[in-house]
Design a protein around this ligand. Structure first.
Ligand code: HEM
Length: 132
């Protein structure tokens, strides 16, 4: 099964993790930051996510400071990295779990919510964000 940032990683960060780290420009809650493929900090690619993993696994110190992640969570994070840092569906869905089932595993992200009728009261006309 696919492990995605949106489904499997983002929910593991608590509000205080996000708040504490945002001040240090570690944007745990930002899919684009976490899934950024750019190199840096001694890593050849996906430096942000790898640096976070380093913190979680104590390579660079112990994060979060009040209690290490379980091995299960670390394994999930590792599997997410090994699986290609999939962002998954945007968190803007609210996450109230409507029918994410019947997924065949392929095509992460682009599955649900196709013919989006944008007839809502959205003043911004050109909402053509079609990333992923
Ligand atoms: C899952 C939770 C967390 C993750 C993944 C995380 C990740 C990281 C990372 C990657 C760094 C290194 C930043 C750098 O290279 O400059 C870092 C440093 C730091 N984090 Fe976190 N953090 C978490 C939770 C927290 C929390 C809850 C706090 C505040 C209570 C916190 C406070 C700090 C501080 C003070 C540093 C700097 C440590 C130093 O420079 O020695 N972090 N964290």
């Amino acid at each position: 099964m696919d492990i995605t940032y949106a489904d499997d990683i983002r929910p593991k960060f608590r509000d205080q993790d996000i708040a504490c780290m945002r001040g240090r420009r570690v944007l745990l809650a930002e899919s684009t930051w976490m899934c950024d493929p750019a190199a840096g900090h001694g890593f050849a690619d996906h430096a942000n996510a790898r640096r976070v993993f380093g913190a979680l696994t104590r390579e660079f110190g112990f994060m979060p400071p009040d209690g290490k992640w379980s091995q299960d969570w670390l394994d999930t994070y590792k599997a997410w990295m090994d699986g290609g840092f999939q962002p998954g569906s945007p968190a803007s869905n609210g996450g109230s779990g409507t029918s994410s089932g019947t997924g065949t595993g392929d095509s992460p992200g682009t599955g649900t919510a196709t013919g989006g009728t944008t007839s809502g009261a959205n003043p911004t006309t050109g909402s053509d964000k079609e990333d992923i």
